[in-house]
Design a protein around this ligand. Structure first.
Ligand SMILES: Cc1ncc(COP(=O)(O)O)c(C=O)c1O
Length: 374
């Protein structure tokens, strides 16, 4: 089956660089090359002497060493580095899934997790979110009922785009028990990892906890460096890793040398970058709290315990796409309508950027002019 257009990425392609304000980005505040180089003594000089030949297909050994430091069980040889996180989602599916395989995906989801297996002819089954009050839940009992002898993989995303849901350690252990008992692969999209709002919510990487798990990481989100286009997969399953490595030789072959260099510096200083980004998140969250309290008759939201995004539901009867388009037209504010996730009735918001106070104030103007007292 032909792959479906990626609704979210289409929407961003159309509007990301023309909207004046945005309250929906999922990446944290970025940095300049100079700011990254300034993190390490002598880095500027070394960057200027960076050789621009081909790089190692698996990723530079030093970069893989820096990435391995994020994990407890993963070694540099358990890693493959890619162009962002999108490439490894595509390649993991192409290299390890076949038509008729059953694949379970947390739903709603970042669309490639669903559409790439679907395009390969897999039977894709939604593990659907439920709400208890304002809180999104992915019920393990629901997952259990979906497993069959044909289940090949469970595709997870935690912290979750778009709901902001994050698994507890107990839920993670329960999912791994189910997968291990039936030799099912877990593909865990952990691109929002390490931005837990309190250390209690830190979840071990799935690849550290389960030998048939693949953890997906990237520089784009918690570290705020999407322009580097550096992502990776981590797995102790050599077969999965080798399958993907062979596939990568048909796409990007190897990574951009300057990006690998800069990603290494950022990762060696990741605690510093994460503390800065978490502070931005913590400055912005109370503003959203105030906003949603003030307009509680119009919206509800779940305030997440990890990551830079959440989902707000609308309590009035309007199509979310036209609501978003009106906000864009009237106030030049970008919100991400639920429709692009096939999940109507709300919109995704983000809180990892410094410009949120200004953008939220603009959105409030739109709400007051269009909804309050109408
Ligand atoms: C859950 C999830 N996975 C993967 C990606 C892709 O990341 P990148 O743009 O760095 O390739 C995104 C980007 O929004 C995402 O939200």
């Amino acid at each position: 089956m032909k792959i479906q257009p990626f609704k979210l990425e289409r929407y961003y392609t159309l509007h990301e660089f023309t909207a004046k304000y945005s309250i929906c980005n999922s990446d944290c505040e970025s940095m300049t090359i100079k700011e990254v180089l300034d993190l390490e003594e002598g880095a500027s000089e070394r960057f200027h002497n960076q050789w621009l030949g081909y790089t190692e297909t698996a990723g530079h050994p030093e970069l893989r060493r820096d990435i391995a430091n994020i994990y407890t069980e993963i070694t540099p040889n358990d890693l493959l580095v890619f162009t962002g996180a999108q490439e490894p989602i595509y390649l993991f599916a192409h290299a390890n899934l076949e038509a008729q395989d059953e694949v379970i995906v947390q739903t709603p989801c970042y669309q490639s997790l669903w559409s790439v297996p679907e395009s390969l002819g897999c039977k894709v089954l939604p593990w659907e979110v439920r709400y208890e009050g304002n809180e999104p839940i992915f019920d393990i009992e629901d997952l259990k009922k979906m497993l069959t002898p044909r289940t090949k993989a469970i595709l997870l995303n935690t912290p979750h785009n778009p709901t902001g849901f994050h698994f507890s350690k107990a839920a993670q252990a329960a999912i791994i028990d189910l997968a291990r008992a039936a030799n099912i692969i877990i593909f865990a999209d952990e691109v929002y990892r390490e931005l837990e709002h309190h250390p209690d919510y830190t979840l071990p990487a799935f690849a550290d906890m389960y030998e048939n798990a693949v953890s997906l990481g990237v520089m784009s989100k918690s570290y705020g460096l999407p322009g580097l286009r550096i992502g990776w997969i981590a797995t102790r399953n050599k077969n999965i890793l080798e399958n993907v490595a062979i596939m990568k030789e048909y796409t990007t072959i190897c990574n951009a040398a300057p990006s690998e260099f800069l990603a290494g510096i950022a990762l060696r200083n990741r605690k510093h970058i994460l503390a800065r980004n978490l502070q931005i998140v913590k400055n912005n969250l109370p503003l959203y709290d105030d906003f949603f309290n003030k307009y509680a008759d119009l919206f509800s939201w779940y305030k997440p315990n990890a990551g830079p995004i959440a989902f707000a539901k609308m309590r009035f009867d309007t199509d979310d796409m036209s609501f978003a388009q009106r906000a864009l037209k009237e106030k030049k504010v970008l919100i991400l309508p639920g429709e692009i996730y096939d999940y109507k009735g709300g919109f995704r918001i983000g809180f990892g950027r410094k410009a949120i106070p200004k953008a939220l104030a603009k959105f409030e103007e739109f709400v007051v002019e269009n909804l309050v007292g109408v």
